[in-house]
Design a protein. Sequence first.
Lengths: 162, 162
Amino acid sequence: MPRPHTFPSADHDHRHCLDEILTAAERLCRQRRARLTPRRRRVLEIVAESHAAIGAYDIIDRLAADGGRPAPITVYRALDFLMSQGLVHRLASLNAYVSCPQAGAEHGAQFLICHDCGAIGELADPGVEARIAEAAAHVGFEVAMPLVEIAGTCAECRRAAT
Amino acid sequence: MPRPHTFPSADHDHRHCLDEILTAAERLCRQRRARLTPRRRRVLEIVAESHAAIGAYDIIDRLAADGGRPAPITVYRALDFLMSQGLVHRLASLNAYVSCPQAGAEHGAQFLICHDCGAIGELADPGVEARIAEAAAHVGFEVAMPLVEIAGTCAECRRAAT
DNA sequence: GTTGACATGTTATACTGTAACAGAATATCT
DNA sequence: AGATATTCTGTTACAGTATAACATGTCAAC
Ligand SMILES: [Zn+2]
Ligand SMILES: [Zn+2]
Ligand SMILES: [Zn+2]
Ligand SMILES: [Zn+2]
């Protein structure tokens, strides 16, 4: 069961957090017989380095620092794989990618985007989806994939602003 | 007051519909002392030619057919103006633009995107926004701009599919 | 070990959107 | 009306995001 609301706290131990994300990814891919190759693992590691979203070309820059700049398609292919496994999400409003804090758990995608610190949270609120489906049904529309990306200010940044 | 849910019916008289959109735009811009220049009016006309979304470069192609292909920036500037007046919306999930069926009425933007026929509807459901704001508040997040783009199947296309 | 499926490399290209500056049109004020 | 300020448009160049097509390499199963 996904927790209904998550937002990364500013003071959490992200070393540990990152380690958990990678470990969970390895476990999930082993279970599914999906191949988390070194390249894909490295891309996930880069995306998960922070809870902010990162653009594909910034990922390329990070990989270039490892030695040998890969072509864009290489990174997009890795991202496609990671998204197909639910390990990474794409944020259409930012053209950027973020690691999923609840990889493996089936969940709709409702993102909270702090425009101050860049951190990304996820809501998995059944109520939101239900309300959307209900409103859509009033015009006979059947929802397939709701996309919800909410820009605003996170708790930390609101505290900092006062 | 905006109607809470709208979706363009497949059989409506779109000649008339388009005419209303343009007339309303002229009235609104006159009231606001905003300058709906021929260029901008023509771009709105092209965007409103159907209730599907259209890409910026497709708009350029349509303008080129009028004679004299404008530079991309020209169209983006017209779109920026039209969006600032609430006459056109941008759909981040499609990188495309759609005319607003309720221009002038203040309303949040929740879009219904039929992936079969391409038609775009709008919800202006206060319940959806409220539910989102409430869920966000649970993690201390303050919503500034919720973006909701819902892919699915419209009533017409569901009927046609059976 | 061969086969077949999947993953990566290489090159080129398509699509989407902006920066910077010059010139034209429109509004405003005397 | 004429000078001035503002806004709009044109022109050129470029930045940022994503994919096509085809060759090569790698891995697992048979
Ligand atoms: Zn973390
Ligand atoms: Zn923040
Ligand atoms: Zn219409
Ligand atoms: Zn449809």
